[in-house]
Each structure stands twice: as structure tokens, then as C-alpha cells.
Design a protein. Structure first.
Length: 255
């Protein structure tokens, strides 16, 4: 059976990077703009993350996520431009509404950081099989229990989307209207969401039974079915990212 996940199978160097290295990149992408609070740095890290997504050939799959993120960030931009406590320099006036320079650049910095955080996680999610991530973490010493939790987190959204699609098709075949005006969609919401929630609960129970039958709680040393994969220069990538984080921390301390 094909595993349900957000992973996109592509031939790119990013797909050949160790999952642990991608976690290092997430940490670096989040910490560096915070430790070095500069609009230029936040923008530069954001651009690097977007370039990595492009090189990973998964940029198209992320557009729906960015659509939602941009809606939220537009709200942040408007609020901060109008009401940021440090506002002093008016830039534009629309009647009684005044837009300020300080609030605009503050909101821009926040937006760059948020986009960068989202992008760094998307790099991991769209270019890494959840099984490879969990296996790499367990090989590094993570408890198999926590590994299973992480794998479940990666799969819960696509699984619910798949279940929603199946249930919607089943309800349509029974004559239910699921498309059209807002009132029609609201009427169909409960008959659709109810089975989705119930099927999710049943899946949890079935997984628990399957894990118990396979000896998940058995004592003793755990072994791996597959041999450890050879990823692209994991040591060099990880040490490079650690060096970047260390430089940012040192700069922060001496300032």
C-alpha cells in the first residue's frame, strides 16, 4: 500500500540531503534572523530558503500554503503600519488613516521571518519521506515511540484529506449536493465532517492494534529492516550549519 504523505518524489540534490541536516537547516533558518535582527538578514535567509525550494523542484506544491500565509501577513502588515508603538515617520495618508515607515519595516521583518520559517519546514516536508526522517532520528537515539508520533504528525493531514475525498465522493453518489452556494456547502458540512472524524478515530485504534501485534512494546534492542541510506555529505552540511549558528550566537553576545 502506498504511504500517504506530503512528500514529492523528484530528482534533486535536496532529496539526497540527510533528513537530520534539514532539521539543522530549520534551526539555523529560525535562529539566525532572530540572533541578527536585521531586515537584510531576514530577507537574505528567506531568499535562500525559496531558492532551495526551487532547486528541490517542489515550489509549485507550496503555492497553496503560501496563499494562506500571505493572507495572514497582509493583516499583520496593515496593523503594524497603523498601530506599531514606535511609529514616528508618516509615509502615506488616506483621509484620517496614516501609514508609518517604522511600522511598515517592522511588519516586513516579521513577514520575512514567518515566510522563512514556513519555507524551511516545507523543505523538510516536501523533500523528505517521513519514514526516512523517523528512521534517521531513531538511528541517532530517538525513542521509537517518539518516532512513531512524528511519523503520525506528517501523515495525519494528507490522510484526512484523502478520507475527505473518499467520503465526499460517496455522499455525492448518494445524491447529496456538496457544491454550489454557501448555504448548500454549509448544509453538507456536518454529513461530511462527521464520517471523517469517526474514520480518523478508527484508524488510530487500528494502528494501535497493529503496532501491538508487531511487538512495538517488546523489550530488547530494536533492529532496522532496511540498511542505512547514504545521503549527500551529511557531516559537512551539518557542521557548516552549526558554524553559521555559532557565528550568529557569537555576534549576538559581543554586540
Amino acid at each position: 500500500m502506498k504511504s500517504i504523505s506530503l512528500y514529492v518524489d523528484r530528482q534533486s540534490f535536496l532529496h539526497r540531503i540527510d533528513p537530520i541536516s534539514k532539521i539543522y537547516y530549520i534551526v539555523a533558518a529560525i535562529l539566525v534572523p532572530i540572533l541578527y535582527p536585521s531586515l537584510t538578514v531576514a530577507f537574505a535567509v528567506m531568499v535562500i530558503s525559496l531558492i532551495l525550494l526551487f532547486l528541490g523542484k517542489v515550489i509549485r506544491q507550496t503555492l497553496s500554503v503560501y496563499g494562506f500565509v500571505f493572507l495572514v501577513l497582509i493583516t499583520v502588515l496593515i496593523i503594524q503600519t497603523l498601530f506599531y508603538p514606535g511609529n514616528e515617520t508618516p509615509v502615506y495618508r488616506i483621509g484620517q488613516v496614516v501609514l508609518y515607515r517604522e511600522g511598515f519595516f517592522y511588519a516586513l521583518t516579521i513577514s520575512f521571518r514567518v515566510i522563512n520559517i514556513v519555507t524551511s519546514f516545507l523543505i523538510l516536508v516536501f523533500t523528505t519521506r517521513s519514514a526516512d526522517l523517523v528512521e534517521s532520528l531513531v538511528r541517532k537515539g530517538l525513542s521509537p515511540r517518539f518516532g512513531y508520533v512524528i511519523a503520525s504528525v506528517f501523515q495525519i493531514v494528507p490522510e484526512m484529506m484523502s478520507a475527505m475525498g473518499r467520503i465526499t465522493d460517496a455522499q455525492r453518489s448518494r445524491g447529496m449536493e456538496t457544491e454550489g452556494k454557501l448555504s448548500v456547502r454549509m448544509k453538507a458540512f456536518l454529513p461530511l465532517i462527521g464520517p471523517v472524524v469517526l474514520s480518523s478515530l478508527l484508524n488510530v485504534k487500528e494502528r494501535a492494534l497493529a503496532l501491538e501485534v508487531r511487538g512495538f512494546n517488546a523489550k530488547g534492542k530494536k533492529t532496522f529492516l532496511n540498511e542505512e541510506k547514504n545521503f549527500l555529505a551529511p557531516t559537512a552540511v551539518q557542521w557548516s550549519l552549526l558554524a553559521v549558528i555559532l557565528i550568529a550566537i557569537i555576534w549576538r553576545i559581543i554586540q
